[in-house]
Design a protein around this ligand. Structure first.
Ligand SMILES: *Cc1c(COP(=O)(O)O)cnc(C)c1O
Length: 348
């Protein structure tokens, strides 16, 4: 596979910004190159390639540091993928819906046409000969697969992903924002075999660090190099990189993730008993997608009582999406929806 053929021509020929410190290792030098203030706690620019954090993440994921790119949240990673691979006003991208809303926002921002194909009702890829032909004809530069899916909560099957990788000529971006809550493994180990695979993850969900803005891309080294070429030179702040390292050192956090998954199951069974709940999608994430004819009424009722949830009816008819909170938050949520039902039945 020829990655260069996929690169946006203006990116192919541009000269990347080079800092005078690119080749310098260690901090025992006298730095008079970057117009920084000479004293202070955070007076220096951070490491542009976040070497320490990247090596730590690479070790934890069982890949080489050259296969890891870090962005200011995975939203930056996704934006950079558009900017490296898509020529505005010309190239096209594909998503399977319902899915994460940022793909659409970023496609529009980058003036890239984004086509949508619906997932099956179980959240699977609708793979058949006609889709294969369609993919071959359309030559999408980027194809987004969100697995586990936001908002459905479901995983895409491994064999389906592999088939998609096999007959897609552009890049397949697998967004695994919720993978650490899931029963399946990440597909990171497939990057060796598939040069067109980019796996995107984040510290914002299972790693309890949305405030740090750390997103990751895993891919073959050549793809990572292109992302490095276009990224803002100091896209991750020094304090954020340090705090991320501390968080990754917290071995106890794995059990906090398991605890949250248990709480998701408890919340699910409590909600399933409520009459106003028609259906709860199977979840491999830290949220539940709930179908109810009264979806928007429930949302308003909860909002008025200071509980903020998301109405997802625009994507999946009559649904609300609820994040799994603390035990107290879950209890309060269930009690309030019960109260909603009681009041509802006295009104009608
Ligand atoms: C939350 C979420 C992200 C996270 O974005 P960050 O910028 O890393 O906070 C990415 N993809 C999906 C599908 C998400 O739900």
């Amino acid at each position: 596979m020829n990655i260069e053929k996929l690169i946006r021509p203006s990116v192919l020929t541009m000269n990347a910004y080079v800092s005078a410190r690119h080749e310098i290792k260690g901090d025992e030098h006298t730095f008079l190159d970057a117009n920084e203030f000479p004293e202070g706690d955070w007076n220096r620019y951070p490491d542009p390639f976040q070497t320490e954090l990247r090596e730590k993440i690479a070790r934890q994921k069982g890949v080489n540091a050259e296969n890891v790119f870090l962005g200011n949240g995975s939203d930056e990673v996704l934006d950079l993928l558009f900017r490296v691979f898509c020529t505005p006003g010309q190239d096209r991208a594909l998503q399977f819906t319902p899915t994460y809303g940022m793909y659409r926002v970023l496609a529009q921002l980058n003036d890239v046409e984004l086509l949508s194909i619906p997932l099956t009702k179980d959240g699977d890829l609708p793979l058949d000969e006609s889709l294969e032909n369609y993919l071959e004809n359309c030559q999408f530069k980027l194809t987004f697969v969100c697995s586990p899916n936001n908002p459905l909560g479901t995983l895409v099957k491994l064999n389906e992903l592999i088939r998609l990788l096999e007959y897609t000529s552009g890049l397949v971006v697998v967004d695994e924002a919720y993978i650490d809550f899931a029963s399946a493994e990440s597909v990171i180990n497939l990057i060796e075999e598939f040069p067109n695979l980019v796996v995107v993850q984040t510290m914002s969900k299972a790693w309890a660090s949305a405030g740090l803005r750390i997103g990751m891309a895993y891919a073959q080294a050549e793809v990572i190099e292109w992302l490095n070429k276009v990224k803002p030179p100091y896209n991750i702040s020094g304090p954020n990189a340090q705090l991320a390292i501390q968080k990754l050192n917290e071995t106890s956090h794995q059990s906090a993730i398991k605890e949250l998954v248990r709480r998701r199951r408890t919340l699910r069974s409590a909600l399933a008993k409520l009459a106003c709940v028609e259906f709860i999608y199977p979840s491999e994430t830290n949220f539940l997608l709930i179908k109810s004819a009264l979806a928007s009424e429930i949302k308003t009722f909860l909002n008025e009582r200071q509980i903020i949830i998301r109405d997802r009816s625009s994507d999946v008819k009559n649904t609300i999406r609820i994040s799994v909170g603390t035990e107290e938050e879950c209890d309060r949520l269930v009690k309030l929806i019960q109260q909603f039902e009681n009041e509802e039945s006295t009104v009608y």
